[in-house]
Write a protein that binds this ligand. Structure first.
Ligand code: OGA
Ligand code: MN
Length: 204
């Protein structure tokens, strides 16, 4: 078990140094495929809903994803496997970076071809509960030419593009990195997750 206890160490060192990092190996290819299949089946049977945007804002200009929040009661087998690993990562991260991450929230997100998410920050207005953004990608054999990169804007005004390949997990500090989802030519599936700290006086 010793190796397993330290399995996130180099990732977390990068996150502490850079504020963002990419991790592979959170789940096996089989577990990742089971999530991808469930996500696509839920999309095909209209169980995903247009994502929420702030009151009075035009959704079509801002974001094009359809989402389904994971419920903690009665999760499916693929969601349970994911939730257990995300929790291990959250606890390791919270300890190593001393972040006080008490829980996380996750949803499936599907972007249909041609849709994206304009440049934004993940902190919800008036609430700083979201500390870490984590995006786990579910797309088998994704080619860069298909687009769909997550463009992460860095402090020096440069950017990095992360392609949504199955098994890739992108982590970044929610309050520090603006980012956008570029449109793709193919259906783009992922799980978006936020690891949260306790906020005194918050209701949710
Ligand atoms: C989000 C988001 C990024 C992605 O849901 O807030 O930025 O790559 N998602 O799907
Ligand atoms: Mn975001």
């Amino acid at each position: 078990m010793r190796a397993r206890c330290n399995e996130f160490d180099s990732t977390l060192a990068t996150l502490a140094r850079e504020g963002w990092c990419v991790l592979s190996g959170l789940l096996s290819p089989e577990q990742t495929l089971a999530l991808a299949d469930e996500c696509e089946a839920m999309h095909d049977t209209h169980q995903l809903r247009p994502a929420h945007v702030g009151h009075g804002r035009d959704r079509s200009l801002l974001r094009g994803d359809h989402t389904h929040w994971f419920a903690s009661d009665a999760p499916s087998a693929p969601q349970l496997a994911y939730a257990m690993r995300i929790d291990e990562l959250r606890i390791a991260l919270s300890r190593k970076l001393m972040l006080g991450l008490v829980d996380s929230e996750s949803h499936y997100a599907v972007y249909r071809p041609g849709t994206g998410y304009a440049r934004h920050l993940d902190c919800l207005r008036g609430c700083d509960a979201r500390v870490i953004s984590a995006v786990f990608y579910l797309n088998e054999a994704w080619q860069d030419a298909e687009g769909g990169a997550l463009r992460l804007y860095l402090a020096d005004r440069s950017h990095r593009d992360v392609y949504p390949r199955a098994g890739t997990l992108l982590l970044f500090l929610s309050a520090q990195f603006e980012h956008e989802v570029l449109p793709a030519t193919r259906l783009r599936k992922s799980i978006a997750c936020w690891m949260r700290q306790r906020v005194i006086g918050a209701t949710g």
